[in-house]
Ligand binder design. Structure first.
Ligand code: F6P
Length: 327
């Protein structure tokens, strides 16, 4: 039987997501319970390459469960994409006798972890932390729930002014490659339409529908656009509409990084706690090169390879439902 793991590292990488602190807290406290020493790696893989490491104990992670951002800081590391960078990172792990690593992040984070596992003898498990919710192998990623709550709150405010002026608003939310934030924000805010990369909407047809609705006395409209929408962002679409129909008073708003900040919702804190706890349990079982997730509320392990290469898209029936409920 192999020996029990004694020293682990934890890092957050890629775009920050509310709930990352709760995940790190859960890792540290679960590890402490099992007498495993934990090292916090600052600024993601860059910290691993540069040896920017701090010991963590129960006390260091007190009073952070409610905080947005990540106290370990984060980065998108270019150096870790290189063979030399990963070699340096492994040297740091060796210098600290770190036998297992928990990485919290999205697709880029898992891609790095997958390479590290293949090239070196190190156990790595991943926790999905990104507001985009675009990670295969989990129903929800840490930060998504907070981000859509923030976006819905912002859209509610725009609704007031849109209603007062009888305006059409194009509101752009985050999601470089994915429409999850846009779709859920649209459903949650009762928007008139949603434009996402996974589903094409004809702009001309959409405006004709708006006009028909206008005749039924629907005088203002909110349209949610995913950042990665193929036929343009909020400013582009509002300009197109104004060019085609000068009588329509169309405005554009980009919610932007507002969606990445703020105190995590209870759902994100609970999800982060569950996954942080299970990440340490996985390392104790000598599991490596896998990401953790919750699917239908059950713990699921997905190889990094699958998590990176398989796409998770918003369910078709949710897109259809958003359309039916919108007009
Ligand atoms: O965290 C994911 C994400 O928020 C995407 O939706 C967005 O496109 C991207 O990060 C922005 O990243 P950055 O802050 O590095 O520009």
């Amino acid at each position: 039987m192999s020996e029990k793991i004694k020293r682990i590292g934890v890092l957050t990488s890629g775009g920050d997501a509310p709930g990352m602190n709760a995940a790190v807290r859960a890792v540290v406290r679960t590890a402490g319970y099992h007498d495993i020493k934990v090292f916090g790696i600052n600024r993601g893989y860059d910290g691993l390459i540069n040896g920017d490491i701090i010991p963590l104990n129960r006390g260091n992670v007190a009073n952070i469960i409610h905080r947005g951002g990540t106290f370990l800081k984060t980065a998108r590391s270019d150096d870790f994409r290189t063979i030399e960078g990963r070699k340096k990172a492994f040297e740091t792990l060796n210098a600290y006798d770190i036998e297992g690593l928990v990485v919290v992040g999205g697709n880029g984070t898992y891609t790095g972890a997958n390479l590290l596992c293949k090239e070196y003898d190190i156990k790595v498990v991943g926790i999905p932390g990104t507001i985009d919710n675009d990670i295969y192998g989990t129903d929800f990623t840490i930060g998504f729930d907070t981000a859509i709550n923030t976006a819905v709150e912002a859209v509610d405010k725009i609704r007031d002014t849109a209603d007062s002026h009888n305006r059409l608003f194009f509101i752009e939310v985050m999601g470089r490659h994915s429409g999850y934030i846009a779709l859920h924000t649209a459903i949650g805010s009762g928007a008139s339409a949603v434009f996402i990369p996974e589903h094409d909407v004809d702009l001309g047809k959409f405006v004709e529908n708006l006009k028909k609705a206008g005749r039924r006395n629907k005088l203002f409209n909110l349209v949610i656009i995913a950042e990665g929408n193929k036929n343009g962002g909020a400013y582009e679409l509002s300009k197109k509409v104004k060019d085609m129909y000068p009588e329509i008073d169309a405005k554009a708003t980009i919610i932007g990084h507002l969606q990445r900040g703020g105190s995590p919702t209870a759902n994100d804190r609970v999800l982060a706690s569950q996954l942080g706890y299970e990440a340490v349990n996985a390392l104790l079982k000598n599991i490596s090169n896998h990401a953790l997730g919750l699917v239908s509320n059950e713990l699921k392990l997905t190889s990094f390879e699958d998590a990176i290469s398989l796409r998770k898209d918003p369910e078709k029936n949710m897109i259809e439902m958003a359309e039916i409920l919108s007009m």
